[in-house]
Design a protein around this ligand. Structure first.
Ligand code: PXG
Length: 289
């Protein structure tokens, strides 16, 4: 595996950055997780745009243009000669001193890693996931905008740990007000009486690229869809529930905290959206080679 660091490619073993990098010292930075399927990168423009918006929001000047960053991603995939896989694009504040002040970090660090992808087992896409509600709350959107895909994942990791310790596939995170925000690494949707709903960004949901694709697909299929506040109770009594994320794609949820969702099997709207999303990933994207 070849890794891109600040414009040069190195072997995985040599892919190292400074211990003075504020990405390490403070989690000061941003990232993207991107998929490519059959030699085409899925929603590359959207991922690059979200990265640059995250950067703008945290006052981080990415040392490349959008076009150069796009080319760097494509070149890193080419370098690894893969047709299918996952890209982790990370931009940190860069090397500074031991103080918090980002002003002393003059050069942001850009890292692009290409690897295979660890999906949920195929069986879970057919049978659905069991999830649990985490005691760890989502960070307040007043503290850190959920639209910024930052390197600060400690609260998501604490929530993930709770899910793992409970033997669940994912963990549902509530916000400070107790409304549903998202899962630890996925957005969450419910279906009730034929209507699809997902929490708004203000409730603590990341502006997911997969989430946005689901809005487009639902609209094309004439399935009503909207953003609204959702309670945990509404998930218990939903007709269907599913999660979306670059890694997970679209995956059904059939149980929350030991309450089966409806009949405890993936629902028809979830199945239609999984199928439509699969077709989208197979038929669209930026050509790599
Ligand atoms: N919410 C959170 C908190 C995320 O981290 C998503 C939603 C889905 O967004 P996209 O744009 O991917 O549809 C994410 C992204 C992992 C892992 O290992 C997951 C993400 C990021 C990094 C690692 O599960 N998810």
């Amino acid at each position: 595996m070849k890794v891109y660091i600040d414009g040069t490619f190195c072997e995985k073993e040599d892919a190292k950055i400074s211990v003075f990098d504020h990405g390490l010292l403070y989690g000061d930075g941003i990232f993207e997780g991107i998929r490519f399927y059959h030699g085409k990168v899925f929603r590359l423009k959207e991922h690059i745009e979200r990265l640059f918006e995250s950067a703008r929001s945290i006052c981080l000047q990415i040392p490349l243009s959008r076009e150069a960053m796009t080319e760097a991603v494509l070149e890193t995939i080419r370098c690894n000669a893969l047709q299918n896989g996952y890209v982790r694009l990370v931009v940190t504040r860069g090397v500074g001193n031991l103080g918090l002040n980002p002003v002393h970090c003059s050069h942001p660090t850009v890292v692009i890693i290409v690897d295979g992808i660890q999906l949920y087992p195929t069986e879970m896409y057919e049978k659905g996931l069991k999830i649990v509600t985490c005691a760890t709350r989502q960070v307040s959107s007043a503290a850190l905008s959920p639209m910024v895909k930052s390197l600060n994942y400690l609260n998501n990791i604490m929530a993930k740990l709770e899910a793992v310790q409970a033997g669940a596939g994912e963990g549902l995170m509530l916000n400070e007000q107790g409304y549903v925000a998202e899962c630890t690494g996925d957005n969450v949707f419910i279906v009730k009486n034929g209507q699809v709903a997902t929490p708004p960004s203000a409730a603590g949901a990341l502006g997911g690229i997969t989430r946005a694709a689901i809005f487009e697909l639902a609209q094309n299929l004439h399935i009503p869809i909207k953003e609204r506040e959702i309670t945990r109770h509404e998930v218990f009594v939903a007709d269907e529930c599913f999660l979306t994320g670059t890694a997970a794609e679209v995956i059904p949820v059939v149980d929350l905290d030991g309450r089966p969702i409806k009949d405890g099997v993936p629902g028809p709207i979830t199945r239609r959206l999984i199928h439509a999303f699969h077709q989208l990933t197979q038929s669209t994207g930026t050509t790599i080679y």
